[in-house]
Design a protein around this ligand. Structure first.
Ligand code: HEM
Length: 140
């Protein structure tokens, strides 16, 4: 079901990117602004750390730094007043060997975190559509 939602978001992202952009500032509000986003990313990373399918990718990663960077990125793409200061998705995920199943597993944790923060489903899908184009730079 969650994979289905993501597939729908992927499709939405590819056919209606300008609509997603136009609503992006409202999206930032719906995600709970900076503090809401930081909580969502924290919950997502906790879920990832507990998920034996993908936890191994993060074994040697500075999680506080990763939390800061993903929070900046989500804030930025959702229309918030943040600059993303990390590497490109292509550079940071290069040679990690991430596949589709890994990608979907992380997205499951993102959705669960947004559910927990009671983000409306339409806003969840909007964020997923904005992240969907990154898939091609992350998955090998
Ligand atoms: C839409 C999905 C994703 C987004 C938005 C995202 C975002 C990010 C960001 C912002 C960074 C930090 C970049 C930097 O170091 O400057 C990062 C690093 C990383 N990501 Fe992702 N990521 C995604 C999917 C995934 C997936 C599916 C995996 C593995 C299952 C993954 C594994 C990693 C790892 C291991 C690093 C640390 C690399 C390093 O420090 O050498 N990411 N990601």
């Amino acid at each position: 079901m969650k994979t289905l939602v993501f597939a729908a978001a992927l499709l939405l992202g590819s056919i209606m990117p300008s609509t997603a952009q136009a609503q992006s500032s409202a999206l930032y509000q719906q995600l709970g602004e900076r503090s809401g986003i930081e909580t969502i990313v924290e919950e997502m990373l906790l879920g990832v750390a507990d998920d034996e399918r993908i936890a191994h990718y993060f074994a040697d990663v500075d999680i506080l730094r990763l939390h800061k960077l993903i929070s900046e990125q989500v804030c930025n793409v959702s229309g918030g007043p943040c600059e993303y200061t990390g590497e490109t998705m292509a550079v940071s995920h290069n040679n990690l060997g991430i596949n589709n199943a890994d990608f979907n597993a992380l997205v499951e944790h993102l959705i669960a975190a947004m559910e927990q923060q009671e983000v409306p489903v339409s806003a969840q899908n909007e964020l997923l559509a904005l992240l969907a184009p990154m898939h091609r730079d992350i998955v090998e």
